[in-house]
Ligand binder design. Structure first.
Ligand code: GAL
Length: 441
């Protein structure tokens, strides 16, 4: 049996990621709360409810769990609707609450990465048109200014917007997120406004805190042609890759990017990413399909024989993870894996998924690709958007009735990796013996 250890660079960040609406509970002033009240929007009519009760203070015990399991970083998000409940009012108590949380991270030795927008909008913003209305650019800048002023003693790494590409795809093509549209033109307006808002926020944060590091978290998903000889499949894959993966980093690098045939020129966005955040879960195989009218005539599926997560949402494709990292190197900025994980209540698939992905991240680091940290999604089961509580992504299981947390074996595996800053053959043999030969051939 070969023995071996994949060691990570000193100072590598190992953490988990969460977002305000998914963990806080009692958020009633945003568009997701409103969405949850509408029939048929969330699986089995579930709602976020008390979530993980972080607003009630349980963030403390969960941060303790992170520390006890060897983590040295955490990514969380700020809820705009709490900080600015109405357009003309800032809630200093809410800001103080967040100040306590980020101080709580500092005190525990957890390096904070703070996201300023993670899917949810204040209701008042939705009422004036949300991200389709260009006023959002200035409003977002004001909100960001307020938060950064309040938290800058504790935080230097900021993520302006989480997965702006998902907001567009889910909200404006598939209609599964608010505002539930199938309107690509409105979606394009949103993509432009998000890029403009990010650029404005970037410059404002730099003005307030020159030493800060600012970027976004992009959901990177590879699109590979089903038949490599088919020009239509190849064209479908290329179109999706350009639109979904390339648009934001291109506009933040060059100030110019393409949205299908439309050229977006935003000189103020040039050079506004200090790092690139990658949220990687899975990739798709795609083929051109006349029947897929509502999905740009593109059918997506997983490669045959894939190792699938329990709800078949995710196919473990660690080579695609490597590809995402390699792709990111072309932007010549540090890379942070801002999310990676899987739904798996029974924790039968997750351990394998973690090992395979972390192994390939190490492979990328061995090429000197500048990866600074990895944030597993997620610390504790939390409200999984349109999939409610059916999809469980936590290293800890959450009983939503009692708020009790139960550690899954993956938490111990991850603790071993974080604690040793390495993935070893011993860990693989202990937690995922079924793939030892694949990982250590
Ligand atoms: C991401 C999102 C997270 C989380 C995760 C798991 O797209 O940023 O909030 O829900 O997916 O599905």
């Amino acid at each position: 049996m070969p023995e071996g250890t994949f060691t990570f660079p000193r100072g590598f960040l190992w953490g988990t990621a969460t977002s305000s609406h998914q963990v806080e509970g009692g958020n009633k002033n945003n568009n997701w709360y409103a969405w949850e009240q509408e029939e048929g929007r969330i699986i089995n009519g579930q709602t976020s409810g008390l979530a993980c009760d972080w607003w009630g203070g349980r963030w403390k015990e969960d941060f303790d769990r992170a520390v006890e399991t060897g983590q040295n970083a955490h990514r969380l998000s700020i809820e705009w609707s709490r900080v600015q409940p109405t357009p003309d009012r800032w809630d200093e108590n809410a800001l103080d609450h967040y100040r306590q949380m980020v101080r709580g991270l500092n005190e525990r030795g957890l390096y904070p990465l703070v996201t300023l927008h993670h899917f949810t909008d204040p209701l008042w913003l939705t009422e004036i048109g949300g991200w389709e209305d260009e006023r959002v650019v200035e409003l977002f800048e004001k909100y960001v200014e307020k938060v950064v002023k309040a938290l800058s003693s504790y935080v230097t790494t900021w993520c302006t917007i989480n997965e702006p590409n998902v907001v567009m795809a889910m909200g404006y093509i598939f209609g599964a997120f608010p505002p539930g549209k199938n309107d690509i033109n409105a979606g394009f307006t949103v993509l432009v406004n998000q890029a403009r808002a990010h650029a404005r926020a970037y410059h404002k944060i730099k003005e307030l805190q020159p030493e800060s590091r600012v970027g976004i978290a992009l959901n990177w998903r590879g699109f590979n042609p089903a038949k490599s000889w088919s020009p239509l499949d190849r064209f479908s894959a290329k179109t999706l890759n350009r639109l979904y993966n390339d648009y934001f980093p291109n506009v933040f690098t060059y100030g110019v990017a393409k949205l299908l045939t439309k050229k977006v020129v935003l000189p103020e966005a040039k050079g506004t990413q200090d790092y690139i955040g990658i949220n990687f879960y899975t990739s798709d195989t795609v083929s051109f399909d006349f029947k897929a009218k509502d999905a740009m005539f593109i059918r997506r599926f997983f490669p045959e024989g894939s190792d699938l997560s329990p709800h078949e949402m995710i196919a473990s494709q660690p080579d695609e993870f490597f590809k995402s990292i390699k792709w990111a190197t072309k932007f010549k900025v540090p890379i942070i894996i801002t999310e990676n994980g899987t739904e798996d209540t029974e924790d039968s698939f997750r351990r394998r998924y973690i090992v395979e992905h972390i192994r390939n991240m190490w492979h990328a680091i061995s090429f000197n690709y500048p990866i600074k940290g990895y944030f597993h999604w997620s610390l504790v089961d939390n409200f999984e958007w349109e999939r409610g509580w059916e999809h469980r992504f936590g290293l800890w299981e959450l009983d939503i009735k009692t708020q009790a947390r139960t550690k899954r074996p993956s938490a111990d595996l991850y603790a071993a990796i974080c604690g040793e800053n390495a993935l070893s053959s011993q860990m693989v043999r202990e937690y995922t013996p079924e793939i030892i030969e694949k990982i250590f051939p």
